[in-house]
Design a protein. Structure first.
Lengths: 166, 63
């Protein structure tokens, strides 16, 4: 099943979930050419925000995709504090909710180095290009190398383009 | 203006210039240049189409 990422993001915004788009999907929004099958978001892991996240994904049969039995997402005020990350699968795509981003920090730190983009009329918060590169460098997994290479090149191309405008 | 020539210069440009580094990595720079001109909304829309196409191909091949 392919994800309908825009729909998933719209649901999060509509439910007022506090999040920043990070990871591979953020790279796509900047122009990276690879395909990614999930959305990574850095979000506030407060019980209130996780409750909104649960509300946003209600009806999409969200499950913890890494648990052996793919347990249903059933967040309560009490169990919210036990999660640092949530790796979810829903009817319209995989959603990885991260409480901490390597090289950046938690949601509040990620928000400080983010910008707003407009996608089909919705305002989405996304890591800025420099922060995205920093996070990829901090992760430094083999699969991050291609993303770093593309993002560094995109940064240079954008810089040249902006200089040309002046 | 400084110019790079000779073996030593070429080696320096490969490490210092991100565009050259990406080319050396095997990345199609023309695609990146095209993408930089597009809006995030358009890039996300095109990614969605590519993802759906890849899924159709996977299903067609029965993989």
């Amino acid at each position: 099943m392919t994800g309908n990422f825009t729909d998933l993001l719209k649901r999060l915004v509509k439910a007022e979930v506090d999040f920043v788009i990070v990871g591979g999907f953020a790279g796509v929004a900047y122009g990276c050419t690879y395909l990614t099958q999930d959305i990574d978001i850095c979000c506030d892991f407060s019980p209130a925000n996780l409750t909104r996240l649960q509300k946003a994904t209600a009806g999409l049969h969200p499950v913890h995709r890494i648990t052996p039995r793919r347990q249903k997402l059933e967040l309560t005020e009490e169990n919210c504090s036990q999660f640092k990350n949530l790796y979810l699968d829903t009817d319209i795509g995989q959603l990885d909710c991260l409480g901490f981003i390597s090289g950046i920090g938690d949601y509040r730190s990620a928000k400080k180095v983010s910008r707003i983009i407009d996608v089909e009329g919705i305002k989405l918060r996304i890591l800025n290009l420099d922060a995205l590169i920093e996070s990829k460098k901090a992760m430094n997994r083999p699969r991050d190398q291609q993303a770093i290479s593309q993002l560094e090149a995109i940064k240079k191309i954008k810089k040249k383009k902006d200089c040309g405008k002046r | 203006m400084k110019t790079m020539s000779g073996k030593k210069g070429s080696k320096q440009s490969k490490t210092a210039d991100p565009i050259q580094a990406a080319i050396d990595y095997g990345i199609d720079i023309s695609m990146l240049k095209d993408n930089v001109k597009r809006t995030p909304a358009d890039l996300i829309r095109r990614h969605q189409i590519a993802l759906e196409t890849a899924e159709k191909l996977r299903k067609a091949k029965g993989l």
